[in-house]
Design a protein. Structure first.
Length: 281
């Protein structure tokens, strides 16, 4: 199944889209991973699962607030009922070059940074969510004013992080995206056990050598790095939400050596699993 180019349908009298999307579940990446020319702001009201953005796989949960730039591949998978508020806008929806004005330099910078994906948290997210609810209620000029206020809050807030790596840039090619989707799905289904490079390479009809080059070229990461990030993200979720011991979590996330697990966790999260858990406890 090829990745979907999502076409955003707008009402005749609307210059941008703001809607609540409700799904019973969306467990497969083939149902979710897509791209579109519009910039997207997405706020999760219910559900937890996996978030795929460019070359990054992360867990997401209730309260997740993210922004995706134009043509940035993204998608959410979950086995739970899901409710998200989605705002989609064309960069030129207020006229060509509107955001190039000097007074809007911060918002213009925000839109540029969204090409690597952005996640918002803390007070910035709390302020933004209040405005998102207003956008859903209002219409006419007030709706546009609310959107500009939302962009202002996101552009001024310091509590944000880039989702994709600095080096990330994916040329938008249907065959390449289809292969990347297959690789991500394979990781999601098999991360608890040893992952064979040959099996993944065979899955997308490449030799092992060509597979390594393909992953490096289109994600700017090594395949082992992508696997470790997925496993450590899942481990972080278990450390917060479960009572499993760190050793048990180590084995549940596909590692068979506790020392190696601790080292990789610290490399990615910049603190040990025990310190990470203690912070949330």
């Amino acid at each position: 199944m090829k990745p979907e180019l999502e076409k955003i349908h707008e009402a005749n009298q609307e210059s941008f889209t703001a809607k609540t999307v409700i799904r019973r579940n969306r467990p497969l990446l083939t149902q979710a991973w897509h791209y579109h020319p519009e910039i997207e702001i997405c706020y999760t009201k219910t559900s937890t699962g996996n978030r795929y953005v460019g070359n990054k796989i992360s867990d997401y949960a209730v309260g997740d607030l993210v922004m995706f730039g134009s043509l940035l591949p993204h998608g959410f998978t979950t086995k739970q009922p899901c409710e998200q508020v989605v705002i989609q806008l064309n960069r030129e929806f207020l006229g060509q070059g509107f955001f190039n004005k000097p007074e809007l330099r911060n918002i213009n910078s925000l839109l540029n940074q969204s090409n690597r994906g952005l996640q918002f948290y803390g007070k910035t997210s709390n302020k933004a969510v209040k405005v998102i609810h207003k956008i859903l209620k209002h219409d006419g000029s007030q709706k546009i004013i609310d959107l500009l206020k939302l962009l202002h809050i996101l552009s001024e807030g310091e509590e944000r992080r880039q989702i994709c790596s600095r080096e990330y840039s994916m040329s938008l090619n249907i065959n390449q995206l289809t292969r990347m989707k297959a690789v991500f799905e394979y990781i999601e289904l098999n991360y608890k056990k040893d992952i064979s490079i040959k099996n993944v390479a065979d899955l997308i009809s490449l030799t092992e050598s060509a597979f390594y080059k393909f992953i490096k070229k289109h994600t700017k990461k090594k395949f082992t790095q992508i696997i470790n990030e997925f496993r450590i993200n899942h481990a972080s979720k278990l450390l917060i939400e479960s009572e499993f011991t760190i050793r048990e979590i180590c084995y549940q996330c596909g590692y068979n050596n506790l020392s190696y697990f601790n080292r990789k966790f610290k490399d990615i999260m910049e603190e040990s699993p025990r310190v990470f858990r203690d912070k949330y406890k």
